[in-house]
Design a protein around this ligand. Structure first.
Ligand SMILES: Cc1cc2nc3c(=O)[nH]c(=O)nc-3n(C[C@H](O)[C@H](O)[C@H](O)COP(=O)(O)OP(=O)(O)OC[C@H]3O[C@@H](n4cnc5c(N)ncnc54)[C@H](O)[C@@H]3O)c2cc1C
Length: 473
């Protein structure tokens, strides 16, 4: 029996697992997909928001500000790309300038540091490619960018190294409780636990209702994006926001930690992650208002993510009102990525009120990764001498070696698909989007996992890239 079952391995479940793994308790994470961070965590703007946007006094504001500081610390400890590039909220008219003043005041109340309001000339001096129509901005120097799925992966890898059991391909389908013990039934197995933490993202209302009464409702709001090639990376140094509206923070243009330019999202009620012509046209038009000369012909990928909008208008971070010992971290819309570490700690605090939690004598809190293209020539030579597979470049766009791909496949949480390899070591994330290296990555997966080529997945279960053999020798 486990002390705690966490449902969902997005950034929230991974953060909870990371912090709980430091205590002397048995923790299990149940995830429906075949990898961590397969939900909203892999498809968002990747911004570590400073905390000027949420209304003062809300859980969003609290967890945003604490989470932003923790994210910075965790990325350092866990060797996850993090860049404090700063951000701007730009304004085009009097209404926007009033909004900017309100955001500044709110940011100060929320405890955000270094905020400044800049006039037109100061704004354009910092970001010369902005539209000449800009009238001023809120400058947020502490805003940052990260690789969300890498942080989730690093948190869960560390948790697993500390003894947490991660059960992928386990969709929770039924929950019951008898004599103070929960039984959680998945499509694959059955698990017992004293406590449950519900971090099931857009499905967290349904997961709660497997045992509890209806206490909140999640609806999904889609956001669509362009990811542009590195050739567009110099359009802006900072994340450029427009003034937020009732439906979200608006369309942003931002550098990414991998050197690309990301543009999006829109906000459309939808329950799927298909991108649409209309949605992308809207994003493009809005973005051109901020930076008119973005070359959208340099687009290398479109994608979409789903916001978990809840009917209470704030994060839901509380014990279920109808099921004792069941903790909901639900309706975690933006800034959920930023807030996740703080939400993970909230789960620890809740559990401390339930049972005594004793820290383990020793546990690991950090991680180091080999990134071949960041090494010096001496370090590269040294590595290749030890293992020649680090001398074979498989992904030329991102300079990823066979050694790194093999590391991803045999890691603490092994990559089981081509995209799983991509999320761990960036192979296939460059201009050709795996057009050249995808086949080679597939071959390595076949060799290292001892599987048939027909079993190679692009991403989740059912995305086999080959369906049958054509020529039989
Ligand atoms: C368009 C967009 C832009 C955003 N931009 C930002 C941003 O820049 N900065 C920021 O801070 N936040 C941002 N966010 C918000 C942020 O991405 C989310 O708040 C965060 O990723 C939510 O994480 P999660 O772990 O709650 O959910 P998820 O990542 O969705 O994880 C939930 C997991 O639960 C699993 N699951 C569901 N049901 C079950 C079940 N029955 N059994 C087992 N497992 C199950 C799913 O497979 C999934 O892996 C954005 C969101 C969107 C959509």
């Amino acid at each position: 029996m486990f002390d705690v079952v966490i449902i969902g391995a997005g950034i929230v479940g991974c953060s909870a697992a990371y912090y709980l793994s430091q205590y002397d308790i048995r923790v299990c994470v149940l995830e429906a997909a075949n990898d961590v961070s397969m939900g909203t965590t892999k498809a968002n703007s990747a911004i570590v928001h400073a905390g000027y946007d949420p209304e003062t006094g809300t859980l969003m504001a609290k967890h945003n500000v604490i989470g932003a500081a923790l994210t910075k610390e965790l990325c350092r400890k866990l060797d996850v790309p993090y860049k404090e590039c700063g951000a701007m909220v730009i304004g085009f008219d009097e209404t926007d300038l009033n909004t900017i003043q309100k955001l500044y005041d709110r940011g100060i109340r929320n405890g955000v540091e270094q905020l400044q309001i800049l006039n037109r000339e100061e704004t354009l001096k910092l970001e010369p490619q902005l539209s000449r129509d800009v009238r001023g901005c809120l400058l947020i120097p502490t805003s940052a960018i990260i690789a969300p799925w890498e942080l989730a992966m690093a948190l869960m890898e560390t948790a697993v190294r500390n003894g947490v059991q991660l059960k992928l391909n386990n969709r929770v389908e039924a929950i019951s409780k008898k004599d103070g013990v929960f039984t959680v039934r998945t499509n694959a197995d059955e698990y017992q636990a004293k406590y449950i933490i519900n971090a099931a993202g857009v499905h967290s209302d349904k997961v709660h209702e497997l045992i509890g009464e209806k206490e909140f409702t999640i609806t999904t709001v889609k956001g669509e994006y362009y990811l542009l090639d590195k050739s567009e990376s110099s359009r802006c140094q900072r994340t450029i926001f427009q003034c937020p509206s009732a439906v979200g923070k608006g369309v942003l243009v931002s550098p990414t930690v991998h050197g690309n330019l990301i543009v999006g999202p829109n906000a459309v009620d939808s329950d799927n992650v298909d991108t649409t012509y209309e949605g992308l046209q809207f994003v493009k038009k809005r973005a051109q208002r901020s930076i008119p000369f973005i070359a959208f012909g340099e687009n290398i990928r479109n994608f979409a993510g789903l916001r978990a909008k809840n009917d209470r208008g704030d994060f839901i971070v509380e014990e279920s009102r109808s099921v004792p010992d069941f903790f909901n971290i639900a309706g975690i819309m933006s800034p959920g990525l930023t807030s996740a570490p703080s939400l993970g700690l909230a789960a620890v605090d809740w559990l401390k009120g339930k049972q005594e939690l004793v820290k383990k004598d020793s546990y690991c809190e950090s991680r180091k990764k080999i990134r071949f293209n960041e090494l010096s020539d001496e370090e590269k030579n040294e590595l290749i001498k030890k293992d020649p597979r680090y001398g074979r470049i498989i992904c030329r766009c991102m300079t990823v070696t066979e050694g790194e791909i093999v590391d991803a496949i045999h890691g603490v949480i092994p990559a089981v698909s081509i995209d799983g390899v991509k999320r761990r070591c960036t192979a296939g994330m460059g201009r050709c989007q795996g057009g050249f290296c995808g086949g080679k990555v597939a071959e390595i997966l076949v060799r290292e996992r001892g599987i048939s080529p027909l079993e190679v997945l692009q991403d989740q279960e059912g995305t086999n890239i080959l369906v049958k053999e054509l020529k039989v020798k």
